[in-house]
Design a protein around this ligand. Sequence first.
Ligand SMILES: [Zn+2]
Length: 450
Amino acid sequence: MAILDPTTTASDRPPPPPRDRCCAVREAATAELDAFEALDRAGVRAWQRDRLREQVAHARRHAPFYRHRLRALPPAAGEDPAQLPFTTKDDLRGGYPFGLLAVPLADVARYGESTGTTGAPTSSAITYQDWVRGNVSTARSLAHRFGPGDLVFVAIPYELSFAAYDLDRALETVGAAVVGTGILSAVCPVERTARMIAELRPAGIVCSPTRALRLHDLLRDAGHDPAALGVRTVLYVGETCSPAKLAKISRLWQAELVPAYGTTETNSLALSCALGRAHLTEDRHLFEVLDPDDATPLAAGRAGELVLSTLLAQAMPLLRYRTGDLVSVDPDPCPCGSVRATVRHHGRVGDRLHVAGRTLDRLDLEEAVLSVSGTGLYYAAGVVGEALHLRVECPDRPAHLVRREVADRVRARFGVTPEVGEVDRATVGRAMDAMLKPGNLTLADLDAAR
Ligand SMILES: [Zn+2]
């Protein structure tokens, strides 16, 4: 450690060399993470309350959006999230590009934007310290799966997002060799990624579950047995997936499927432990699960909308941000011993289907459809007029039997009688290749691909 001369002012001292500065930030972030992981649940709650108060003060002092939004809030407020107003996706759109920024631009290390597939884009920004804090957590999670000697494909979009770069750097940190293919780019379309998997035999692939299916199909069509290629782990991101679909993908690849979950605005929000369960990033965020319709708190374990407040964000603090994601948080601790709660993702609030006076979660519907014997790996759902329409693949059994069984299963589970049609794999493949987030195929996607 350098010995500081107390007579020297900060401006007189030369800044530390960049390499030392980067190492110091990483070491500090690692020490923070170790300290957090040593807490018990009561300690986590007290720690989060203190950080939230600091984060609220930082946001209202430095971010133009929160200075205005929190102007009526009492100065002492900030410990109790229920006293704070929500922040919505529309707020982020309205604040585009720098309305929520709480540091000078000179302190921003990375800037990103949402895909904009569902409206005007939103921006996100992080300082170098924000970036490293997240990256240290990601590396710790990936160390359960990968290490020196492992080749890992990162087959998610790199453009404008943080997730691919975060996973890329974390893989590097744990000693794995990274193949940054991205996805849907002119240089490396999905067909090339499939060919490279056959040649390079990676230990792992980072991709969405649906992309893992597509890569499987392309490899099989080219005469390979994907299960024999040595892929041990598929780290799936960017899309929710029912247990029935995960089990099918796992069987096809003979690989473990491990989740990571995040949003464009926040980067990772849940990372998997050694047992493959997704743990919330409670060392950087305070989470609430609320009824998506009236924003009231739900009992532990009930599925509702995930609402988060950042606790350590320097560049872009977010207070009670409504993610629009449906999750359930397990009230019981994970056998791995982590102090963090585990979470299950159930899809997007906006993707729920409203039919015949009922609300159907996409993931529950997927589970009901794909657990019928003889269904393939793909299905699409949509509401036409007042009716639920489904399209299923029927590769292994007579289509009329599968369709009837799917209709019976959905009627028994949801009290809704669907129209069930068949879809062929070639149409589904064309539709998915055109989609950035191919998880929720819709009837319109299939029609466009015919
Ligand atoms: Zn665990």
